[in-house]
Design a protein around this ligand. Structure first.
Ligand code: 2P0
Length: 324
């Protein structure tokens, strides 16, 4: 073993073309491809060291089964590579508030990159995304920075299901992603359980998957041109398809709160007034807004005046994970 301590910093990501639903739950294969952008300000740092006994130190106590999920992931990897070395893992999210923001993407990406380095596995980028996926689907995209496409793949064994970087952070230095943190009092069903229900009960899910898959290349072209209007319209169209299939799931899934809708309506109002901004949401009530740097301050000012908004985290496009 080359090194016995490793530190990794990764970032969360938001999907512009969404992942929702699996074609194989055991292998964590998605029903459709997705396309995301890394969020520079939402980071996870995880430290690894070889030890006498396995130990996990985390501040993420609010997550149910968090330590067990980490240990299962570590044990599976060690089993697959014939490794018996015990390790100590210390992990912390540097998310600016206890915002209820999903950390599984950055968390499992950090875990994968760190174990690869600590155990000197020499996994390539595709293999890293495939390994991270086993922890959490969206983690497949967080092993890379910038704009990332996660190919759903066609093979039953998942060998051609992997994430790939389209552009790094330098491609669009003026793009901003505002994470608008609203009151998160709504009860949340896990993405995993929610997706399973959608796949098995939503009448609109298959139609959305077909349409959404076609949007990937249009989104790629819009990003290539740094065309915020096109990127935003495609992202909102895709969000709408996902939201519809969540709502016609039985029983219906509702991750948005009244506060989320106040923010969404404000985005629509700002846009009608000529400020280019577009929204998306995920499996929770917080709203993410795409805009250009020049408009970020006025959008933030308008939203912070609302009682429903607790905090806004301004992000650039995330760079590559840092591994030392
Ligand atoms: C996404 N989300 O593409 C979508 C949009 C939420 C809505 O990826 O079951 O935590 O661990 O694969 O990755 C959240 O799902 O779920 C997610 P699992 P994950 O970002």
């Amino acid at each position: 073993m080359k090194k016995n301590t490793v530190s990794v910093t990764t970032t969360a990501n938001i999907a512009l073309i969404k992942y929702w639903g699996k074609r194989d739950e055991r292998l964590m294969l998605p029903a459709k491809s997705s396309l995301s952008v890394g969020l520079s300000a939402l980071t996870t740092t995880t430290e690894f060291e070889t030890a006498e006994h396995d130990k996990i130190v985390t501040t993420e106590h609010h997550q149910s089964n968090f330590e067990k999920k980490i240990m299962n992931f570590v044990n599976e990897l060690r089993r697959d590579y014939g490794i018996t070395q015990p390790i100590k893992i210390t992990t912390h999210n540097h998310f600016p508030t206890a915002a209820g923001l999903a950390s599984s993407a950055s968390g499992f990406a950090a875990l994968t990159l760190g174990l690869n380095k600590l155990f000197d596995l020499k996994l390539g980028k595709q293999e890293l995304s495939q390994r991270a996926r086993l922890g959490s689907g969206s983690a497949a995209r967080s092993v890379l920075g910038g704009f990332v496409v996660w190919h759903k793949g066609t093979l039953a064994n998942g060998n051609n299901c992997f994430a790939e970087q389209l552009y790094d952070a330098n491609h669009w230095p003026t793009l901003r992603i505002l994470v608008v943190v609203v009151d998160a009092s709504i009860k949340k069903m896990s993405s995993r359980d929610g997706m399973r229900l959608t796949v098995t009960t939503s009448p609109s899910f298959n139609t959305w998957c077909t349409e959404s898959e076609k949007r990937i290349s249009a989104m790629h072209q819009a990003i290539a041109k740094r065309d915020l209007e096109q990127v935003g319209m495609l992202a909102e169209a895709d969000w709408h398809g996902m939201y519809k299939s969540m709502r016609d799931t039985q029983p219906p899934l509702e991750y948005l709160s009244g506060a989320s809708w106040v923010v969404i309506k404000t985005v629509q109002r700002l846009r009608a007034a000529g400020i280019l901004c577009y929204f998306t949401t995920d499996a929770g009530p917080n709203v993410k807004i795409l805009c250009e740097e020049r408009d970020a301050a006025i959008i933030e000012q308008t939203l912070m005046a609302l009682n429903e908004v607790n905090n806004i985290i301004r992000n650039r496009i995330a760079c590559e994970p840092i591994i030392t």
